[in-house]
Structure formats: C-alpha cells, structure tokens
Design a binder for this molecule. Structure first.
Ligand code: NAD
Length: 372
C-alpha cells in the first residue's frame, strides 16, 4: 500500500520534505497547505501537487493522509501535530519539536492516544556518514570516545540553540548513547544573562525570520554529560561564516579523532580521520578523508549525499510499514528540547541539571512571570 503524505508549511524546509516523499518508494505526496498562497502555489507547482489548502484542519480532515510533515515555525508545531493525531495521521515534525516541554508532552500524548507516531526530523543521525562514524567509533578506531565539540552557525545563541543546538543535542545523544546532564553558562552583551535579558527570538535575532518563542543570551557554553564518561561541548556565539557553516561533530577519542563537516564548496558532508588524540599542528597533514562506497548514498536509484530530510523520512516510513517505533519517536522525540530547558535551568540555578526534567514548564517564561 502506498502511504499518502501531506505537508503543512510550504517555506524553506518544505522543499526537502517534498523531495523526500518524491524520492521514496511506497509513499506519495498528495497535498500541501500554507496560509500564504504564493508559498503554497510555488511549492505545489514545483512538485506538481493538485490538492492545495490554506487551512490545515481542512486538509487533515479531507485528505485521508497517513503522514503529515509539520514544516511551520516552532509555536505552530503543537496545534498542527495535535490536529493530525485527532485525524489519525502520523507526524514527522520539524525541529525544534515545540517551544517548551509542556506543549511537547501534549503532542506526544495526543499521538500516543491516537496510536500514531510522532517523530522529530533530526535527519543528521540517519545519514550514511553519521552511521559510518558511529560504527567506526564502536570498532575502536579512535580509542575511547572522550568528547564531541560543536559550534553554531553564528547567530545569537538563544536563537541558535533552537535552530542548530537541538540538532547538536540529538547528534550527541546519538554518539554518546544517551545524555545524562547539562551544565551551561549564558551571557548577553558581555554580562551574565539575567531575567531582564529574556526576550522573544525575533528581537534577539533580527537576521532570521523564524519564530522560536522566548529565548535569552547571545553567547552560550554548554557542557553535556553522556553515558560512559563521554562529554559534549557546544559553543554558540556570534561568528562570521568564513568557510561555510562548519556544522558537524568533532569527535575526540583517547587514540584519535573523527570530524564530519560539509565541504564548503560542494556542501556535501565529509568524514575525516586523524590518528592522534590531541590536535597538534605538526600532525595536521595526517588528517585523512574517509570515503564511503557511493552506493551507500543511493535511495531508489538516486544519490542523497547531503543531510537531507529523506533520511529521517525513510525512518518513519519504515516504522509505519513495519509497525515499529521510529528511532526519534516516543520519548526520544523530546530529548533535544529537554536539553534546551535544561540549558536555561542550569544557567539560572548555577547547577548541573539531570535529565529527564521533572519540571515541564518553560524555564524562561516561568522566570518572567514569577521572577524565579
Ligand atoms: N531539519 C532541518 O535541517 C531544518 C532546516 C531548516 C528549517 N528547519 C525547521 O523547519 C521549520 C520551518 O522553517 P522554514 O525555514 O521552512 O520556515 P519558513 O519561514 O521558510 O516557512 C514557514 C512556512 O509556514 C507557513 N505557515 C505559517 N502559518 C501557517 C499555518 N497556520 N498553516 C500553514 N502554513 C503556515 C508560512 O506561510 C511559511 O510559508 C522551523 O521549525 C525550522 O527550525 C529545519
């Protein structure tokens, strides 16, 4: 049976979801929805989709969909996901899953009550290079995995945390086999962030259109504790993208290093290996490019070499087909957002914060309303 798919939100990332449905077998993009008719018609014309809606509730009740991609900004992820669940439709939701844990829990509950999947689209971990890097680590190529370092794309940290930070938390969760705790420090204009520095994401970051709710700080240093004594370090600070985005993990082991970064010219990820546990200029030439067999990137006859949505879409398609849980479904859908809450809680309490969090409210909203 071919699964029927729809997309809500026809902006930037919807192209990647539409191409994913186009590129996968046993699933077909049937309908699109956007309140902006230009965005809707442009995407629909591009992928030759006839069924077009400006109201997602109407689309969900009329199209008998099996799965919907939620591709709006974060504050709308919850109402659209809950409406999908009420119509018996599985959900592949863009990151961040929501703006706080309270609403994310409601999304998960609605999907679980309706017995449909809710998966979040952190596609990095599903790509062949990330899978290969994990296999290499497990085979001992870099000894014991000691730490993982990530930097942001250069936007203000409070905004970046919701855009790239959640991807990095997921990536660390993947390589470390689980995140145990978070310890963070946040500054704004050079001083420690206080309640007075909490603001809407559109005020903090004026260079990006996306709404990420209430955020704080332009610079963050986040320590992430994993299982088996592996640590993550995330540094988010305003920076110039001299060589492209440079997003991707630097994995340091007791006996070597691995790095996955997009090639600044092609945009395709590359996996590099260095047989030394510390970066020492003299040995820099010993970094070696590890190439995978090109067949690893092929899905239905086409090569997908970038961190494309097709990799997370394939995972949820297979879960629906096989009656299994998607890898980033169930409680796993919430982990990266939980790390966001823990980051702010850690800064304001000056403590290491254990996961999972008992308190589900938005730590910044709570401070704004109660002062603590
Ligand atoms: N996984 C990734 O790598 C990745 C990459 C880019 C963006 N994203 C995420 O995807 C989400 C969307 O980002 P984007 O860059 O595509 O945003 P965008 O601004 O380009 O598009 C959002 C679209 O949603 C539409 N919309 C708003 N309200 C709507 C409603 N009620 N019903 C239907 N449509 C509505 C808007 O008109 C707009 O066309 C964000 O959460 C972002 O973080 C993920």
């Amino acid at each position: 049976m071919t699964l029927r798919a729809g997309i809500v939100g026809c902006g930037g990332i919807s192209k990647s979801h539409a191409a994913a449905y186009d590129g996968l077998d046993n699933i077909e993009l049937i309908s699109l929805c956007d309140i902006n008719t230009n965005a809707l018609n442009n995407r629909a014309d591009e992928f030759n989709i006839q069924n077009r809606y400006t109201d997602y509730e109407e689309m969900l009740s009329q199209e008998n969909l099996d799965i919907v991609s939620v591709c709006t900004h974060a504050p709308l992820h919850a109402p659209i996901t809950i409406a999908a669940a009420e119509n018996g439709v599985h959900v592949l939701c863009e990151k961040p899953l929501s703006v706080d844990l309270e609403t994310a829990d409601k999304m998960l509950k609605a999907c679980s009550n309706a017995q449909v999947h809710l998966a979040v689209s952190h596609q990095f971990r599903f790509t062949p290079l990330f899978r290969h890097a994990k296999t290499l680590i497990e085979s001992g190529i870099i000894g014991e995995l000691r730490s993982i370092r990530e930097v942001g794309k250069g936007r203000e940290a409070g905004f970046e945390l919701m855009e790239m930070g959640v991807h990095y938390f997921d990536e660390m969760d993947f390589f470390m086999n689980g995140i145990s705790w978070i310890q963070a420090h946040i500054t704004y204009n050079g001083h420690d962030v206080t309640t007075a520095d909490i603001m809407h994401s559109s005020k903090l970051c004026t260079s990006d259109r996306r709404d990420n709710g209430i955020v704080a700080g332009d610079t963050m240093l986040i320590h992430i504790g994993g299982s088996s004594s592996t640590y993550g370090i995330m540094e988010l600070y305003p920076r110039i993208q001299r060589h492209g985005w440079m997003m991707g993990p630097h994995l340091l082991g007791s006996n070597g290093q691995l790095m996955i970064k997009p090639n600044p010219t092609t945009g395709f990820d590359e996996l590099w290996y260095c047989p030394f546990d510390v970066s020492f200029a003299q040995y820099t030439p010993d970094w070696e490019l590890l190439e995978l067999d090109p067949s690893e990137f092929i899905i239905s006859g086409k090569s997908w070499k970038s961190r494309h949505t097709i990799w997370s879409t394939k995972n949820i398609r297979d879960a629906i087909k096989n009656g299994t849980q998607p890898e980033l479904g169930g409680q796993n859908a919430i982990t990266s957002l939980e790390c966001v809450s823990a980051t702010y809680t850690s800064h304001f309490t000056n403590k290491k914060v254990q996961l999972p969090l008992e308190k589900r409210y938005h730590p910044l909203k709570k401070r704004l309303t109660t002062g603590a």
